[in-house]
Design a protein around this ligand. Structure first.
Ligand code: EPS
Length: 398
């Protein structure tokens, strides 16, 4: 079973990721991961923190001479900002400190919409920094690192994952026609990772206005994954359905509030004939068993399984909950009314969220691929994959 976990506080020494279950023999360089980390750091509307960090990985375990060993892979990403936060985040008690000391920059005015208050009460803390340091979206750098390794595996099977921003703070982007074959090459060239230059200009104006107002903005990214074979995931049990697994992975991204697959909520408004994708033979499509869907309104998923058509997922992010013009809250020390803490933050991080969503999709797809085809080495996995494709092709061949 492919699985990963992360550790690390936003202003602690480092972020750590352990990814377990990768087969041996997958080519992997630190640069494969660093490229993805750099993509996550882009985006108009980010705060000053992104000028401090230059995320790069140290491959600490599970990789030798540019190949995975089949052992758990451990990764470390240093926080450059740690140098400025040592006294506040020091894991050891500082000289003269009592038990549960009040350190500088303690947070007692929890932000509406943030983990601050529920976390402080649940974990019985005095300083909401004990919560927010971990709830911070800084953690997603470690997820993108795990996703980058999964992508490296998927690349061996011709699977590609890209994303672009389709909505920001009330402004829709128009989907380009023709749609680029390399989505990320096009989207990464845009400061908002959108494929609609006219919408991009309006979005940037909107971000500038909202920044002056001390407010924040959310938005929607679309993730597209192609090169998949038919039959990843399964219809047989609720927890094996790929729709549910993708949904859970994407909804775990900080501030993500909704996920649509294919037409998503729009399917509920249309009749069956306007929703379902008709099937026809396609002699050039071995991955799908020589068939194709005339349309792809299902977004590449039927019955909890991949159809072999591109996966199309849309992911909605709420506005960031740190507002420079703060909302009302209560002070957890005085219990009186207060303005929420206004720490340095981003006006919007929707472009970065698209890159994080790609990473989570890469993980779920790699997990489903390994589950279906198994194998301790890349070679064994490949033999199993090719044997399955022959079986599928044989069933529909003339
Ligand atoms: C974040 C607040 C900001 C963001 C941070 C997430 O950090 P800071 O409090 O240091 O200014 O920049 O995002 C990242 C550090 C990152 O790598 O994405 C928050 O509170 O979630």
């Amino acid at each position: 079973m492919l699985r990963f976990t992360t550790a690390g506080e936003s202003h602690g020494p480092a972020l750590i990721c352990v990814l377990e279950g990768m087969p041996a023999g997958v080519p992997l360089l630190a640069a494969d991961v660093d490229t993805e980390l750099a993509r996550r750091q882009q985006g108009y509307g980010r705060g000053r923190r992104m000028q401090i960090e230059r995320d790069t990985v140290e491959l600490v375990a599970g990789v030798r001479a540019g190949e995975t060993l089949g052992a758990p892979i451990a990764i470390s990403i240093r926080n450059r900002d740690w140098a400025n936060w040592q006294a506040i985040m020091d894991p050891a008690p500082r000289p003269g400190e009592s038990a549960r000391p009040t350190r500088a920059r303690a947070v007692t005015r929890p932000r509406p919409g943030h983990a601050d208050l529920a976390g402080l009460l649940k974990y019985d803390r005095d300083d909401a920094r004990d919560i927010l340091e971990r709830a911070s979206a800084r953690e997603t750098a470690a997820r993108v690192a795990a996703g980058a390794i999964c992508r490296r595996l998927l690349r061996e099977f011709g699977v590609r994952i890209g994303s672009h921003l389709v909505h920001l703070g009330g402004i829709d982007a128009v989907r380009p026609d023709p749609f680029p074959t390399d989505i990320n090459a096009a989207a990464d060239a845009s400061p908002l990772r959108t494929l609609d230059p006219a919408a991009e200009r309006r979005m940037i104006e909107r971000i500038d206005i909202v920044k002056r107002e001390g407010n924040t903005l959310g938005g929607i990214c679309e993730v597209v994954c192609d090169g998949l074979p038919v039959g990843l995931g399964s219809h047989v049990s609720w927890d094996r359905k790929l729709d549910g697994r993708l949904g859970a992975a994407l909804l775990s991204i900080p501030a993500v509030k909704g996920v649509e697959m294919g037409l998503g909520f729009e399917t509920a408004r249309r009749s069956g004939a306007e929703v379902h994708d008709e099937i026809e033979m396609a002699p050039d499509r071995p991955l799908t068993g020589f068939v194709r869907r005339r349309t792809n309104r299902a977004g590449g998923l039927e019955g909890g399984m991949t159809t072999g058509e591109p996966l199309v997922l849309r992911v909605a992010m709420k506005p960031i909950s740190t507002l420079m013009r703060p909302l009302g809250t209560v002070d957890t020390t005085t219990h009186g009314p207060a303005a929420a803490v206004a720490e340095r933050s981003d006006v919007t991080a929707v472009p970065a969220m698209g890159v994080i969503a790609e990473a989570m999709v890469a993980f779920v797809i790699a997990q489903a691929l390994l589950e279906k085809f198994g194998g301790d080495s890349l070679g064994e996995l490949r033999r199993n994959y090719e044997g399955y494709l022959r079986q599928v092709a044989g069933r529909m061949a003339d």
